[in-house]
Design a protein around this ligand. Structure first.
Ligand code: TNX
Length: 496
């Protein structure tokens, strides 16, 4: 099972034999999720009935998102504290199904499970490469399997602006035509976006849209040159890992390269904030979830004092629209950041360059931090020198083992566990063009991130070891294959 449940008791009695006579009863949404998973795995459609051996219910008691699952020879019951909990219990149940020579069985167990952290996320960068709606839905399905509950969409960057907004149509008319490496651009219509948000919600996943500001804005500048500075060459632009030496674009030309940190909005012009009011207001109206992510990373083309001014003004606009700001950890250094803003830490598992202090600043302001340590959970890193796609700058390559062996509470010294909102694994897509590419980089390492986000702390459960994890990942191969996930058959995992 992945992520490892909080408590598992093997009952030591006979398993439940899942024959074609088994019926599924109870909550209709959960029943249809289970029939779909069993159909994919076994090629058999089990009937949904008023009564059955597999009973799925919500009882309204217990911690949010928690569930209890018990199996004996007579049947299976899954009881969710809420509908999300029941949904997660169904995911666990599908992972327990074993095919043996004598038929299909579910071992007798009793599981009491609840998440460690309320925020468990995956990020998809749709700016460096644009992915169609079916691909985004496939990512949502994959995230749901691992009990993730947030989808962060990195909607804008130097290479493209991917969301049409009626208030500022030039953003997609001029800023969406290209992608990295000469690949086709693209964007989501508002209906596409609503469809993604609704699909995610049906799987208990909240969409977190990101408009990356005030750097990473070259595509915005193609549409609205008056609010953008000319691209600059800073030492950071040229020194960035494998991107060293890449040149920024010229003003007015689309960018298909992978350098970072060369673009900036004009910080002291009211026109900039007029645009942000339109963009963030329209996005807030499209967003049922509580969060709007305003980026804030790698703004090397913005003077630090100006950066602080910008973060204060931009975060105030988000607050005006009733949303909670999320920002990359750099924004923690800005004293005027709206109170209660959530920080997203992308430094290493052992922090460098004072990045941990910036992350701690969010907690000092009474808010919480999402952990995305780049050398553990950046899904765009290569696994090893031979990996076909991916980058290496984050201490890479990043083996499956390295993606697993870190403990959230130990990353930011002095940050209490109560100040950790959760864990998110970002997938940047400079080298990623297809769902098969996404699968190859995300599986199995997304499972590591999911376990860090959901399961008990390292050391407090016998399941939370690399040895246990690699065996449990191996056992997922069959389900992942049945669901069409083109996972990386890492030699670190003892696949059957
Ligand atoms: C850094 S870390 C970025 C992205 C790149 C990524 C590639 C951070 C918040 N920003 O702009 O796509 O590296 O790994």
């Amino acid at each position: 099972m992945i992520p490892a449940p909080a408590t598992v008791h093997s009952a030591g009695i006979d398993p439940f034999l899942l024959t074609s006579r088994a019926r599924i009863a109870g909550d209709p949404d959960a029943a249809s999720v289970l029939t779909h998973l069993l159909d994919a795995l076994l090629g058999e459609t089990f009937p949904i009935a008023d009564e059955g051996e597999i009973a799925l219910t919500v009882d309204g008691t217990g911690a949010a998102e928690s569930y209890r699952l018990s199996v004996d020879a007579a049947g299976v019951t899954v009881v969710g504290a809420d509908s999300a909990g029941l949904f997660y219990g169904v995911q666990t149940l599908a992972q327990l199904v074993e095919r043996t020579a004598d038929g299909v069985r579910i071992p007798a167990v009793r599981i009491d499970d609840a998440p460690r952290f309320p925020y468990r996320g995956v990020m998809l960068d749709v700016a460096r490469h644009c992915f169609d709606v079916p691909t985004v839905k496939a990512v949502i399905d994959r995230a749901a399997l691992l009990k993730l509950n947030h989808l962060h969409l990195h909607l804008t960057d130097d290479q493209g602006w991917r969301l049409h907004l009626d208030s500022r149509p030039e953003l997609t008319a001029r800023g969406a035509g290209t992608a990295v490496g000469g690949d086709p651009g693209g964007f989501y219509t508002k209906d596409d976006y609503r469809e993604i948000v609704a699909y995610a919600a049906s799987r208990h996943i909240t969409t977190v849209p990101e408009i990356d500001l005030p750097g990473h804005t070259h595509a915005l500048g193609l549409a609205y040159p008056d609010v953008a500075h000319d691209p600059v060459v800073t030492p950071d632009v040229l020194a960035h890992g494998e991107r060293a030496g890449e040149q920024p674009p010229r003003r007015g030309e689309p960018y298909e390269g992978t350098a970072v940190g060369f673009s900036s909005l004009r910080i002291h012009d009211d026109a900039t904030y007029d645009l942000l009011r339109d963009v963030l207001g329209e996005l807030a109206a499209l967003t049922p979830g509580p969060y709007l992510h305003i980026g804030g990373d790698e703004a090397h083309g913005t003077d630090p004092a100006d950066f602080a001014v910008f973060i204060e003004r931009a975060s105030a606009i988000v607050a005006e629209y009733g949303k909670t700001v999320v920002a990359w950890h750099e924004a923690g250094a800005a004293p005027g950041l709206a109170r209660g803003s959530v920080g997203q830490y992308w430094g290493f598992v052992v922090p460098l360059d004072g990045m941990d202090a910036k992350a701690r600043a969010f907690a000092d302001g009474g808010a919480r931090v999402i952990l995305s340590p780049a050398d553990a959970v950046y899904l765009d890193m290569k696994y090893d020198a031979e990996t076909r796609i991916g980058l290496e700058w984050a201490n890479g390559p990043t083996s499956v083992r390295r993606s697993y062996e870190w403990e959230p509470a130990e990353v930011i010294p002095g940050l209490p566990e109560s100040a950790i909102l959760g864990v998110e694994a970002p997938l940047w897509t400079e080298t990623v063009r297809t769902l098969a590419d996404i699968d190859e980089l995300a599986f199995p390492r997304l499972a590591s991130a999911a376990e860090a986000a959901w399961s008990p702390a390292t050391g407090s459960s016998e399941l939370r070891t690399w040895e246990s994890f690699r065996e449990r990942v191996a056992a997922q191969g069959e389900l992942w294959t049945a669901l069409g996930i083109a996972f990386h058959r890492s030699p670190e995992i003892p696949w059957p």
